[in-house]
Each structure stands twice: as C-alpha cells, then as structure tokens.
Write a protein that binds this ligand. Structure first.
Ligand SMILES: Cc1cc2nc3c(=O)[nH]c(=O)nc-3n(C[C@H](O)[C@H](O)[C@H](O)COP(=O)(O)OP(=O)(O)OC[C@H]3O[C@@H](n4cnc5c(N)ncnc54)[C@H](O)[C@@H]3O)c2cc1C
Length: 385
C-alpha cells in the first residue's frame, strides 16, 4: 500500500512520523513538499523580535529520517482525487491513500498597498525581513492588522501587539510610540471568554489600542493610512499585517473545495472522495487554523490508515481539541485549551500567563523537533523587559 502525503507542515510531519511508528515496515509512505525546510509558526515571532536567528528555526527535511517514509522535494502541480494520482515537478505519484496537508497560501498582494507600504509577518520571508525593520524602527504608530478571515493562529496578532510593547519598551521608545490592533472579531479569542478577558486587560494595562470587528481593507502609503472595512482610517508609521489566506491554487484546481476550503467528515477527516483525506489549514473542518489542530487530525488519519492495513476497526473519531500557547509579553505565556465539536458551541479555558507555561511552550517545540527531525531545539532568548 502506498500513502502519499502532500505537504510536510505540522500535519504532514506528524502523520508521516506516526505511520512510520505503526506500519513503517508495511506501507510505503511518500511525503511531498516544495520546500527544503520547516519552520514552526511561532518561530516567526521569535525571529522578528530578535529572540532567535533565522538559522536556529529552520529544520531541514533531510533530518526527517523515518523507517518506511520517503521525503520528496517537489511542487505539486495537479491532484486527481478520483484516480488518487498527483502530478509533481519530480514526476507523477499514484496513491492508495492520499492525504492533502498543503496548508493555506498567503497573498499579501491581495490587499492594496500592503506590499508597497507595509509589512506582513505571516510568511517566513515577511517575518524574517521584519527582524531588521523592528531593530531599526525609531518609534511612532505601529498598527497590527488582520486583512480578512479566516486566518491562521487567531492569537498571533494579539501576541504580536504584546511582544511589540516589550520590544519598544526595551528599546526605550515605547513612550514615543502607539500600538493599535485591528481584528475582525468582537473579542480576541471568541471560544474562550477567559482568554479574551485576560488579553483585553493586558492591552488596557499596556496602552494597546484595541479595534474589534474590523479588517484592514487597504493601505494608502502616500498618506500613511490604513483603510478599514467600516470606512474609517488609521494613520500608521509601521504596519504589520496578517495577509489574505487562500487554499493553494493546486487544491482549488483539483475540484476538492467548497467555498474556498476542503470539506471533510469532521470525525474521520475523509473528503468527499473515498480514500482521500485532508487535514490542517487546507480544510473547513471547523477548528481554528493552527498547528495543534493539524497535528490532532493527523493522528486520527494515521489511526484509520493503520486500521486499514491491519484489518481492524479505527479507534475513534476526531475530538476537535487543542492547546495553544499564547505569548503575553513580560516573558510569560498562557495555555488556551479549546474544543470544537460539530453542532456544539466551542469551549475554551485559559491557564496562566506564567513563566512556567513559557517553559512548557519550549518543551512543546523541543518534543516536536526531536520527534520529527531528531534534533535539539534552540529555545528563544528571554531578555528582561
Ligand atoms: C505568526 C504565526 C504564529 C503561529 N503560532 C502557532 C502556535 O503557537 N501554535 C500553533 O499550533 N499554530 C501556530 N501557527 C499556525 C500554524 O503554523 C499553522 O496553522 C500550521 O502550520 C498548519 O499546519 P498544516 O500542516 O495544515 O500546514 P503547513 O504547516 O502550512 O504546511 C503546508 C505545507 O505544504 C507545502 N506546500 C504548499 N503548497 C505546495 C505545493 N503546491 N507543492 C508542494 N508543497 C506545497 C508547504 O511548503 C508547507 O510545508 C502560527 C502561524 C503563524 C503565521
């Protein structure tokens, strides 16, 4: 049996690792990615705020060495979900089970003025380029703004505003600056009232201006203003945006999408095409677009493939549960525990923020770096604020 996994991100890496552990000798697993390295989403914040150099956060797929797993570096050009056949620039691949884990593509160019007059911190290139920009910034109005929904890691804009406060404070220019946060939701973390209250209190304490229920529609670099979708404008000196997210073009072309994302059975992650699964950000499964959810979905699909190989019943359905670590600044992190189940309102609780949970987040990165790449994790610097 051949399992072809498209995308070696959070979901694809965990799926390949788990399959190697369970059926590594019995199944041919092919893991395809266009990139040569993996970067954790949260490491983008570590690099841009100068807490780690770029070299410390790139994990080479050469180090993903697992019995029964072959990593292929290639761009996927076409997916035929009926034939379970994939065209790549390294040749075609036929699968018995196909798993689409290609994530969400980012489109800074879809927001007028963003590329010319602002910055974005969601792509690897964008976040890494901001390292120098933030190191040189002389103070002024920083606007952190979301341009559309859905977007990955809903806490990330709030984390960025809080870490920006520390960054400007350390550099002695906080007094000469303003920080504004523009978000499309009414509260920062809708499924967790506790997390939202803690964030709103932290914004108020640090003088971070909160603009809910709005998106940034465009930048007008000539006038130095961000134009919001309610028609209002915010002047900015430094704009950090969350760009428009879309399913990768190859997935759109495959005919697997409905309303822009891949629908799946919320319990099994199987698509409308038998033997074809989708996990992570590429889906519309109903959980937030975050690595921990992609990983949880990978475990369900691994279990189903293992059961298929062994001729046994799969052990259970997807529970929609994940714990997200959220940077609060002051070298503290909170853990937000959320559960999304079909037909039920999402539930969430918050633990922290504290330094002990900051250590747990380091452990989270260390465990995955060891598990996926056999490497030691480099923890970010925590300079005093
Ligand atoms: C600033 C920031 C902070 C974040 N913090 C967190 C956090 O603290 N915790 C958390 O859980 N999540 C966090 N996230 C979100 C997390 O990074 C993503 O949700 C997660 O990576 C999604 O996993 P995935 O497997 O669905 O897709 P991805 O990890 O995006 O992987 C998709 C892979 O597919 C490949 N690919 C795409 N198209 C093609 C193609 N045509 N051919 C070949 N390969 C292709 C890509 O190269 C990529 O490696 C953060 C994100 C950002 C931007």
């Amino acid at each position: 049996m051949r399992v072809v996994i498209l995308g070696a991100g959070f979901g694809g890496l965990e799926l390949a690792t788990r399959l190697s552990e369970t059926v590594g000798g019995e199944v041919d697993v092919v893991l395809v990615d266009q990139s040569d390295t993996f970067v954790f989403g949260f490491s983008k914040l570590d690099v841009m705020f100068g807490r780690l150099p770029p070299s410390a956060v790139r994990h080479s797929y050469r180090d993903h060495v697992k019995p029964g797993v072959r990593v292929v570096r290639a761009v996927v050009h076409a997916i035929d979900p009926v034939a379970k056949r994939v065209e790549t620039d390294a040749g075609p691949l036929d699968a018995d089970v196909l798993v689409v884990a290609l994530g969400a593509d980012l489109h800074p160019g879809a927001t007028p003025g963003l590329v010319e007059g602002g910055h974005e911190f969601y792509t690897i290139a964008g976040a890494f380029a901001l390292r120098e920009v933030l190191a040189r910034f002389a103070g002024g109005h920083v606007v952190v703004g979301v341009t559309s929904t859905p977007f990955k890691c809903p806490p990330a804009p709030s984390e960025t505003a809080l870490l920006m406060h520390d960054h400007l404070t350390r550099r002695g220019i906080r007094e000469a600056s303003r920080i504004s946060l523009v978000m499309p939701m009414g509260v920062p973390i809708p499924p967790s009232p506790g997390a939202s209250a803690a964030l709103l209190a932290a914004f108020a304490e640090r003088g971070i201006e909160w603009h809910p229920d709005r998106c940034v529609q465009a930048l007008d670099p000539a006038r130095g203003v961000a134009v919001l979708n309610d028609g209002s404008e915010l002047p900015y000196d430094l704009f950090l945006g969350v760009p428009v997210h879309r399913v990768p073009a190859v997935v759109e072309k495959s005919g697997m999408t409905v309303d822009g994302w891949v629908p799946v059975d919320p319990l099994t992650l199987e698509t409308a095409f038998p033997g074809v699964y989708a996990i992570g950000d590429v889906t519309s499964v109903g959980t937030p677009k975050a690595g921990v959810f992609a990983e949880g979905q990978a475990l369900v699909v691994a279990d189903r493939i293992t059961a298929l190989v062994r001729g046994t019943a799969p052990s259970g359905g997807y529970g929609g549960h994940g714990t997200c670590y959220m940077e609060f600044g002051h070298n503290q992190v909170a853990a937000v525990d959320v559960t999304f189940l079909p037909g039920q309102p999402p539930r969430g609780t918050i633990d922290g923020p504290s330094r002990a949970i900051a250590a747990d987040k380091v452990e989270f990165g260390a465990q995955r770096t060891l598990r996926w790449f056999g490497r030691t994790y480099v923890a970010p610097d925590q300079p005093p604020v």
